[in-house]
Design a protein around this ligand. Structure first.
Ligand code: AMP
Ligand code: ZN
Length: 467
């Protein structure tokens, strides 16, 4: 089934196809974290979305080259390095490691290439040189190099491909040197920022003088170096459309004269309890905050995967509690299928897989995909209750679930390991029951319950479950 995805460039849902239709390779670049702090739950929505896109492409048979940069030089980073009286590498290294740990906790596949901006300075400089030689970039009186939007447009290029920009209504600033700026100002933006005393020892030599790159040029240089001057797919959160991605297009197309990216995907933002996250409102969560509260990466991943990527998602702690319940339903169903399937193997049951694939192929319609999964859980539970599943059918259902889970990445919780003390008590209860000492066996059941375990008698013997 053809995979359909929304393309921000054309503002429409399109059949996805790679640049080279004869190959099944997809080059995918996702703007990575700015490593100046722990990533918050909003950032994680975007990275889990990128992981879903990658897994969906792989599920559809594509060989994906997933690139995610690490922004380790940028305005906010320099400010924090100065405030913390530390070195750039020491500071960014700590948050990069934390980011990769969190990525694992959320079961996101690790990108194949994770370029750090500080390791691509030569590529950045040569890209800026190309833009200068084409007359699209210039050195200003402040010693920095800027991208000229007017000169770029003069070459017949279109500035405003991702967002319709109304130049007449916008405040035309002369130039902006900061990495992040507002939509209201369409202004020449910095490619290379001349060294200023506040930057301390964070600068590199260049033909334009000592300085450091702007944020936007970093992504153009890294993505084109790893994936080529034109590549298939570029992702990020919706806030990056402008100016970051618009500037990436301008820099790249301005330098190469070729279309930069075929397909742009943007994920909508996440709100917490209906509001924009802010530390002062107390609704600002990192993944670590949530893990400390006793939630799991799996629950957070599940919750982030319940809404469509183009819709704003309202993250709530109640939602996380709901995620736990939903996952428990899946775990129980899959656990029972495992028991019945035993060692049997079978080809995946096709209905579930087909319905799931169709939902996902429809611009990642994840709500419909979950709908199919929970319908399947209900039907399977019914058949389990009727005892009407053979080990072959159970194995086929299990195989279908495993295929689907290669996209969802939520896995299934294995039975919790039973501590020795608990299993000793369970054995004692079995012996008491055998000896018809029901008073004792009931007392042990209560004791187990008090310790957080329920004991179930099944045709295959007892089963212990954590409450
Ligand atoms: P940053 O580390 O600030 O460069 O952001 C990393 C990614 O997180 C970018 O793709 C942003 O678009 C995305 N992002 C930032 N805030 C949110 C949010 N509240 N919801 C979803 N994505 C976000
Ligand atoms: Zn970027």
């Amino acid at each position: 089934m053809a995979l359909k995805l929304f393309n921000t460039l054309t503002r429409s849902v399109e059949n996805f196809s790679p640049l080279n239709p004869n190959e099944n390779k997809v080059g995918m670049y996702c703007c990575g974290p700015t490593v100046y702090d722990y990533a918050h739950i909003g950032n994680w929505r975007t990275f889990v979305f990128a992981d879903l896109v990658r897994r969906t492409l792989e599920f559809s048979g594509y060989d994906v080259q997933h690139v995610m940069n690490i922004t380790d030089i940028e305005d906010k980073i320099i400010k924090r390095v100065r405030e913390n009286k530390t070195t750039l590498r020491e500071f960014t290294g700590k948050f990069e490691t934390a980011f990769l740990d969190d990525l694992k906790a959320l079961n996101c596949k690790e990108p194949h290439v994770k370029p750090r901006a500080t390791e691509y300075i030569a590529e950045i400089i040569s890209l800026i040189e190309k833009l200068i030689s084409r007359g699209i970039a210039y050195k200003a009186a402040d010693g920095s190099v800027y991208f000229s939007i007017t000169k770029y447009q003069g070459c017949g290029c279109n500035y405003g491909q991702l967002l319709k920009l109304n130049f007449d209504e916008m405040r035309a600033g002369e130039r902006v040197s900061s990495d992040e700026y507002e939509k209201e100002s369409v202004a020449d933006f910095a490619l290379w920022k001349a060294h200023v005393p506040e930057d301390g020892d964070i600068f590199w030599p260049s033909p334009f003088g000592e300085g450091r790159p702007g944020w936007h040029i970093e992504c153009s240089a890294m993505s084109m170096k790893v994936l080529g001057e034109s590549f298939d797919l570029h992702l990020g959160g919706e806030d990056l459309k402008f100016p970051h991605h618009e500037d990436e297009i301008a820099q790249s197309e301005g330098a190469t004269g070729k279309p930069f990216v075929k397909h742009w995907l943007h994920g909508a933002h996440l709100l917490v309890e209906g509001k924009k996250m802010s530390k002062s409102m107390g609704n600002y969560f990192t993944l670590r905050d949530l893990l400390e509260k006793g939630h799991t990466g799996r629950e957070v991943r599940y919750l982030l995967l319940t809404s469509h990527y183009r819709e704003t998602f309202n993250f709530t702690l109640d939602g996380l509690a709901g995620a736990k319940t939903a996952l428990a339903r899946i775990d129980e169903c899959v656990g029972k299928l495992r028991e019945i399937a035993g060692n049997a193997t079978a080809a995946p049951e096709s209905k579930l897989q087909e319905q799931f694939s169709a939902a996902l192929a429809d611009d990642l319609n994840i709500s419909a995909a979950w709908g199919e999964i929970f319908k399947w859980v209900t039907e399977t539970n019914k058949r389990l209750a009727e005892n009407s599943l053979s080990s072959q059918v159970a194995a086929a259902n299990l195989a279908a679930w495993e295929k689907i889970d290669s996209v969802l990445g939520i896995g299934v919780k294995m039975e919790t390991e039973v501590p020795a003390e608990i299993s000793a008590l369970a054995d004692e209860r079995t012996a008491a029951k055998k000896a018809k000492d029901f008073k004792r066996s009931d007392a042990i059941r209560d004791e187990l319950k008090a310790k957080g375990w329920v004991i179930e008698d099944t045709p295959k013997g007892i089963k212990l479950k954590k409450i």
